[in-house]
Design a protein around this ligand. Structure first.
Ligand SMILES: Nc1ncnc2c1ncn2[C@@H]1O[C@H](COP(=O)(O)OP(=O)(O)OP(=O)(O)O)[C@@H](O)[C@H]1O
Length: 269
């Protein structure tokens, strides 16, 4: 089976429905009544100022953090705790330094019950998907930052989750590698039609990748607007030069900076 066959397996699933999700920490509201829907196969970005609750929201969808009130359903089922149908890729790499690249990817599969050789065979297909088959036997310390994030991505995809959750996965990379990874993610997403919820600080990254952007404001974190990104696909970095791209970036930027101005007036008064 090739990586193209991986893309064709099964129908697209993975809707996310959040209804009136509120989260308080020590009596302070971090997220205030957040509702949104992600369609199966959609690329959904979440942007907003630092501290508006993007990571908290992603963790609630994952099941790692419980909402104080409201609920999240994935594919119609309530989210109560982390499970294999929702995989996460975080900013820093979380590879096990003592395992080879191949066995890092295979780890989740072994945990799911596959024998090591079966896990390796499957892991190899996902390594091919991220075009890293040449480094299957390397240890993580022998990889560049971009390669490590590709391995993280392969590891998350290998468990075949219904929903892929990504929390600023490229934030630690230099600008050039980040753009390479954006194109890489677009290529893989295009092949697989995988539901993705993607948290980022970078508005142009959200516009390049997403079908729809949830724009959050802060104090407390709440929905300011949901912006549809009606740019054609397939996309690549050249799209950043188009007028339509610039207009969307500007639109999201003004929503966020308008909020920041309101916030600074609140602090001064
Ligand atoms: N475990 C926790 N205990 C207490 N407060 C928390 C906890 N986790 C997050 N918070 C608070 O909740 C708010 C939202 O944090 P969160 O990390 O979700 O925001 P963010 O938008 O992802 O921030 P950034 O963009 O800076 O990563 C912040 O005020 C933060 O201090």
């Amino acid at each position: 089976m090739t990586s193209t066959d991986i893309a064709r397996e099964g129908a697209v699933t993975g809707s996310i429905d959040a209804k009136c999700v509120t989260k308080s920490y020590n009596g302070r509201i971090a997220l205030d009544s957040i509702s949104f829907r992600v369609e199966p196969g959609q690329f959904y970005a979440v942007v907003g100022p630092s501290g508006c609750g993007k990571t908290t929201l992603l963790k609630i969808v994952h099941g790692l953090v419980r909402a104080s009130s409201g609920e999240v359903h994935v594919n119609g089922l309530p989210v109560a705790e982390p499970c294999r149908s929702r995989a996460v890729v975080f900013q820093g790499d979380s590879l096990m330094p003592w395992r080879s690249v191949l066995d890092n990817i295979g780890f989740g599969l072994e945990m799911g019950g596959l024998k090591r050789e079966q896990a390796r065979a499957k892991a190899r297909r996902y390594l091919e998907l991220v075009e890293l088959e040449d480094v299957a036997h390397y240890q993580p310390h022998q990889l560049s930052g971009g390669m490590r994030q590709r391995v993280n991505l392969a590891r998350a995809l290998a468990v075949e989750p219904e929903v892929l959750l990504m929390d600023e996965p490229f934030a630690a990379l230099d600008a050039q590698t980040r753009e390479v990874m954006q194109e890489e993610l677009l290529r893989i997403w295009h092949q697989r039609s995988q539901t993705v919820m993607f948290v980022t600080h970078q508005i142009d990254e959200a516009v390049l990748l997403a079908d729809r952007i949830l724009v959050l404001g802060s104090r407390p974190g709440r929905v300011i607007r949901v912006v549809d990104v009606d740019l054609p696909r397939p996309r690549d970095l050249h799209m950043k030069r188009s007028a339509a791209f610039g207009e969307l970036v500007e639109q999201v930027w003004s929503l966020i900076s308008g909020e920041a101005q309101k916030e600074s007036r609140r602090v001064q008064s």
